[in-house]
Design a protein around this ligand. Structure first.
Ligand code: 13P
Length: 287
C-alpha cells in the first residue's frame, strides 16, 4: 500500500534522521529501491519527475507498477510515491493517477503566484490524504531541462508558504542538482537555521543530495532536514556498473543479448547506493 509521506517525515523530524527520496526511471530502479528499503526496514519515498513519468508511459503506469511491486515483493515498510518538481498541471495529473505524495514547485513564480497555486493544492491534498511539498527559492542545476541558480530562500517567504498547511518545505540553501562545481561554497547553514526558526515544526527537504559531504548532510539533518533527495548519484552508479559489464564483453552471451543480464549490475549498484544513503541519513530500522 502507498502511504502519504506525512507520518514518516514527522517521525524523522522528531527522531533526528531523514527519509531518502530516490528517483525512479524504470522497473529495475524501482525494484532495487523497494527491496533495499524492505531489507533495511526503512521508510522510503520514490520520486518521479514529470520527464521520468512520461518515459514510463505516464503516471497511471507508474502507480500500477509500484503498487504491483509492493504487493508481489511483499513490501511492508512505508512507501510514498511522490511527484518530484511538479508543475501545477502535473500535480493534478498525479493526484488523479493515485500518487500518495506531490511536490508542486512554484519557486520560479513570483511568491504571490506560488502561494496562490500552492494553496489550491493544499485543499485538494488535505481532502485526499496526500502529502504536499512546496518549494521556495529555486534549487540550482538542471532538472528536466530547467536550470536554476542555487539561490538561498527568503526565510519570511518560507514561513508564508509553510503556514499554508503544506506537509514539507523545500527551501534553497545553496544546494544544486547534479554535480557540485569545484568552487561550491557549501550549504548555507545560516539560511537553514533562519528558515527553521521561522517555520518551526515544518519538515524541511534538501534537494540535490548528490555529492553533499557527509558532515554537511548530518548537520542539515540536525537543523531540521527530514527528507533528502538523491537522483544523480544513482544514475552514476547505474551507468558505471553497466559500462563495466559491457566493456568486459559480458553482454555477449553467445546465444544473443539478454536485457535482464545487462541490467543486473546496474540494479545491484543502485541497491548498494541506496543502502549507503539510508545508513547516512539514519533511516535504517525506522519503518
Ligand atoms: P541530485 O540529482 O543532485 O541527487 O538531486 C535530486 C533531487 O533533488 C531531485 O529533486
Amino acid at each position: 500500500m502507498l502511504v502519504s509521506a506525512k507520518e514518516m517525515l514527522n517521525k524523522a523530524r522528531d527522531g533526528h534522521y531523514a527519509v531518502g527520496q530516490f528517483n525512479i526511471n524504470n522497473l529495475e530502479w524501482t525494484k532495487a529501491i523497494l527491496l533495499t528499503a524492505q531489507e533495511l526496514n526503512s521508510p522510503v519515498i520514490l520520486g518521479v519527475s514529470e520527464g521520468a513519468g512520461k518515459y514510463m508511459c505516464g503516471f497511471k503506469t507508474v502507480v500500477g507498477m509500484v503498487k504491483g511491486m509492493i504487493e508481489c515483493l511483499g513490501i511492508t515498510v512505508p512507501v510514498a510515491l511522490h511527484l518530484d518538481h511538479g508543475t501545477f498541471e502535473g500535480a493534478k495529473a498525479c493526484i488523479n493517477a493515485g500518487f500518495s505524495s506531490i511536490m508542486f514547485d512554484g519557486s520560479h513564480y513570483p511568491i504571490e503566484e506560488n502561494i496562490a497555486k500552492t494553496t489550491a493544492l493544499v485543499n485538494t491534498c488535505d481532502v485526499l490524504g496526500i502529502s504536499l511539498e512546496a518549494e521556495v527559492g529555486s534549487i540550482g542545476g538542471e532538472e528536466d531541462g530547467v536550470i536554476g541558480r542555487g539561490e538561498c530562500a527568503d526565510p519570511d517567504e518560507c514561513k508564508m508558504v509553510a503556514d499554508l498547511g503544506v506537509t514539507m518545505l523545500a527551501a534553497g540553501i545553496g544546494n544544486i542538482h547534479g554535480k557540485y562545481p569545484e568552487n561550491w561554497e557549501g550549504l548555507s547553514f545560516d539560511t537553514l537555521e533562519a528558515i527553521k526558526t521561522k517555520t518551526g515544526d515544518m519538515p524541511l527537504v534538501l534537494h540535490g543530495g548528490t555529492g553533499i559531504p557527509d558532515d554537511m548532510i548530518k548537520k542539515a539533518i540536525s537543523l531540521g532536514v527530514a527528507k533528502i533527495n538523491v537522483n544523480t548519484e544513482c544514475q552514476w552508479a547505474f551507468q558505471e556498473a553497466t559500462r563495466a559489464y559491457i566493456e568486459a564483453g559480458k553482454d555477449l552471451q553467445g546465444k544473443g543479448f539478454d536485457p535482464r543480464k545487462l541490467l543486473a549490475p546496474g540494479y545491484e549498484a543502485i541497491k548498494a547506493k541506496v543502502k549507503e544513503k539510508m545508513e547516512l541519513f539514519g533511516s535504517v530500522g525506522k519503518a
